[in-house]
Design a protein around this ligand. Structure first.
Ligand code: ZN
Length: 297
């Protein structure tokens, strides 16, 4: 019933399905708006690895079960497992569990947040995020690492992490995926923005009615899957390299330092590294009331 340190066993927190040449990897904590705990992160990684290794899979679709894609990193469900040790997959770094202070935070976030996102961005097969409902903070990170984003008309996006006194989420892609000026408005207000606005910024590829989200996304995936696999892999690498030459990778590295400076400042002057914010207080202070928000770090 319960595993290490009292974390409840929720069963399959990520599910895997193959339809034709498309693998559908689905976040499966709908009761918690697909808040991402570590067990989900590593289950997601295993599912991606399975799709990469399966020669029948041409394209990977990342979905969220339930009303919402993902409300962010888990900072308040019974399954929160930030204190549990999982073998590192993205980095060669010591584990965070027996460390304290900045040493602990840096080790964990480098591996579980920034490192894993970078690893997934480099999956050699095209990935499509299929987004409905909330796509908040850590949810943005998952959508952004995918090559394409198809959003339903009820999708909404926000990064309210500035409310914690922290300059956005760990995978700081904002200026590159929506442009610097939109990124500032997005971050400065913490507001949620709808799918149409996200499309206008160039952050999502397509906006479709909620009822057609799955069909439209799978049709796009199937179409891409008819292209030669190696050609797709090289093309993906080419565009990712171009994005990095536009400064994304080094920019993220420098912002990761600011992010951790902010965590450390919070811990030095206040109650904790999140500026005293948890899922509840984040919700209560949100000016535009992202009612379904579950919180982030
Ligand atoms: Zn953080």
């Amino acid at each position: 019933m319960s595993d290490e340190a009292g974390v409840p066993d929720e069963g399959d927190v990520v599910t895997y399905e193959r339809r034709g040449r498309v693998a559908i990897v689905t976040l499966n904590r709908p009761d918690y708006r697909n808040a991402q705990n570590s067990v989900m992160t590593y289950a997601l990684d295993a599912a991606f690895e399975r799709a990469v290794e399966d020669p029948e899979v041409g394209v990977i679709v990342l979905a969220g079960n339930g009303k919402h894609f993902s409300a962010g990193h888990d900072i308040g469900t019974p399954g929160r497992d930030h204190h549990v040790r999982y073998p590192n997959k993205a980095t060669l770094w010591w584990d965070h569990v027996d460390k304290v202070g900045g040493d602990q935070r840096f080790a964990r976030e480098l591996e579980v947040y920034l490192g894993m996102c970078r690893r997934w961005r480099e999956i050699p097969k095209p990935t499509i995020a299929m987004v409905q409902g909330a796509c908040i903070a850590g949810g943005l990170m998952l959508a952004w690492v995918c090559d394409l984003i198809v959003a339903s008309d009820d999708a909404f996006f926000s990064d309210p992490v500035v409310r914690m006194g922290i300059p956005g989420v760990e995978y700081f892609a904002h200026p590159w995926v929506m442009g610097p000026r939109a990124a500032k408005e997005f971050l400065f207000t913490g507001d949620r923005f709808g799918a149409a606005q996200a499309k206008e910024w160039g952050m999502v590829n397509r906006v479709v009615p909620r009822a057609e989200l799955e069909d439209e996304t799978l049709a796009l995936a199937e179409k891409i899957a008819t292209m030669p696999q190696f050609g797709l892999a090289l093309t993906k690498k080419a565009v990712n390299q171009a994005e990095d030459q536009m400064g994304m990778r080094t920019g993220m590295d420098s912002v990761f330092g600011l992010h951790h400076f902010a965590h450390a400042h919070n811990a030095e002057v206040g109650a904790d590294s999140l500026g005293g914010m948890n899922a509840k207080t984040m919700k209560a202070t949100a000016s535009t009331a992202p009612a379904e928000q579950n919180g982030t770090t």
